[in-house]
Design a binder for this molecule. Structure first.
Ligand code: GLC
Length: 413
């Protein structure tokens, strides 16, 4: 208890210093400011970023960028960025923002609006620019996009399932005949589970502005039953209830699962481990191909950065065509540059590109609201409990309680 005090005092002092620094920093001088910058973004799990940053650094002496790796998980990344920005610290210049964070960061004045003409927005896939736009202004520049995909083992699956019923049937058969788990996604209570649930209800949880609950009880019930059934019947291994992206990626590539829901960045490493025994398909849905959530990372400039011109020049460079190719070839991430998905040479090398493009184009955005994080926590914790303890509450009761809790979060009494 007593050890907390000095830490608190130090934090308050640091916040005070940073605050005055931030205030002085405001205005035209920082907008034109050039010099060394930092790039704060989630942990680079495939270790591809530094060489890309080195290319910029070699060409921009005096304006070098250094990488600050934040935690791997979406909610923890947000928490670290928020505490830094609330303290008005100038430690982060370029922020790697999850697409769901634009509204919150813009609304709080933590990032600066950007001039559209400075960035190659017209070359990007449709929709991705919407994730960086809020109240008519551009607040960030799309860097990678994302859509959930179904990974499967070609040596065990002859035709990938397009419906949940087919997935269940195949998973049951495979787990019976082979020493392997059936299916997993991201089922721990955090943003990843909100994504898995949103996909299962085709994005219908909240209205696009996050102001209304749009959850359809029948759809939500079917989605929960599908996942609950997986756990009770054993084709979703129980340890998958603790999976985030990394755990599910590793389980699949280590041969522990026949099917997995993950983002495209799991493809490169899985191919390295499993070769031709891995392929991807659209996510299955209740009665045909399902709907992915549109994910991705946008690059924003901190309002407290002292070198905002360099930060914006770097963003223009990093989202440009040359680097966008490297995002795919070096990082196995989904680029935002549209032409990449139709490049025959790249399609030969990455046969999953057409499926990925289809999934991205059909993907649904999560709502753009400053209190997204709070709403998402409500969803993730209700869904985690429902899948983890299927006998505790009927599916109908879970959906009723979740709907009431979301309404309460939107309009607290
Ligand atoms: C990925 C997505 C991001 C999503 C997160 C959930 O990083 O790009 O949009 O919020 O996963 O875990």
């Amino acid at each position: 208890m007593f050890r907390v005090l000095p830490v608190l005092i130090a934090a308050v002092l640091a916040a005070g210093c940073a605050a005055s620094g931030g205030d002085e920093a405001g205005g035209a001088d920082v907008a034109d400011g050039t010099g060394p910058i930092t790039f704060a973004t989630g942990r680079d799990t495939t270790a591809y970023l530094q060489p890309l940053l080195d290319r910029w650094n070699r060409a921009h002496p005096g304006e070098e960028i250094s990488l600050i790796e934040l935690p791997e998980e979406a909610d923890e990344q947000r928490a670290q960025m928020v505490s830094n920005l609330q303290a008005r610290s100038d430690r982060y210049d370029v922020l790697g923002l999850d697409v769901i964070q634009t509204a919150e960061f813009a609304d709080n004045g933590w990032i600066i609006p950007l001039e559209r003409g400075r960035f190659p927005l017209g070359t990007f896939l449709p929709q991705v620019v919407d994730t960086a736009t809020y109240k008519g202004k551009l607040w960030a520049v799309p860097y990678t996009t994302n859509a959930g995909l179904l990974y499967y083992r070609t040596d065990l699956v002859s035709e990938p399932p397009t419906t949940w019923a087919e997935l269940r049937e195949q998973a049951i058969k495979i787990t019976k005949n082979h020493e392997i788990g059936g299916y997993a996604g991201q089922f721990l209570a955090y943003e990843g589970l909100t994504v898995n649930f949103s996909e299962a209800v085709s994005g219908q949880v909240l209205s696009p502005d996050g102001g209304r609950v749009t959850l359809d009880p029948a759809r939500a019930g079917a989605a929960l039953d599908f996942l609950r059934q997986g756990v009770t019947e054993g084709w979703i291994p129980r340890n998958a209830l603790a999976y985030k992206e990394e755990e599910s990626r590793l389980a699949f590539q280590n041969g522990e699962l026949a099917f997995a829901r993950n983002w495209p960045h799991a493809y490169g490493p899985a191919r390295e481990k499993l070769g031709d025994r891995v392929a991807v398909a659209r996510l299955p849905g209740p009665d045909g191909p399902g709907v992915s959530a549109l994910g991705g990372l946008n690059l924003a400039v901190s309002a407290y950065s002292k070198h905002q011109k360099t930060a914006q020049d770097f963003i223009a460079y990093f989202t440009g065509p040359d680097n966008q190719r490297r995002v795919l070839t070096e990082g196995s991430f989904a680029p935002v540059l549209a032409e990449i998905y139709d490049d025959p040479a790249l399609i030969r090398r990455y046969p999953y590109l057409p499926v990925l493009k289809e999934s991205i184009l059909a993907a649904k955005l999560r709502p753009a609201t400053p209190n997204y994080n709070q709403l998402s926590l409500v969803i993730a914790s209700a869904v985690a409990k429902a899948i983890g303890s299927p006998s505790e509450q009927s599916t109908g009761a879970v959906v009723t309680a979740l709907t009431a809790d979301l309404k309460e979060s939107l309009n607290p009494q």
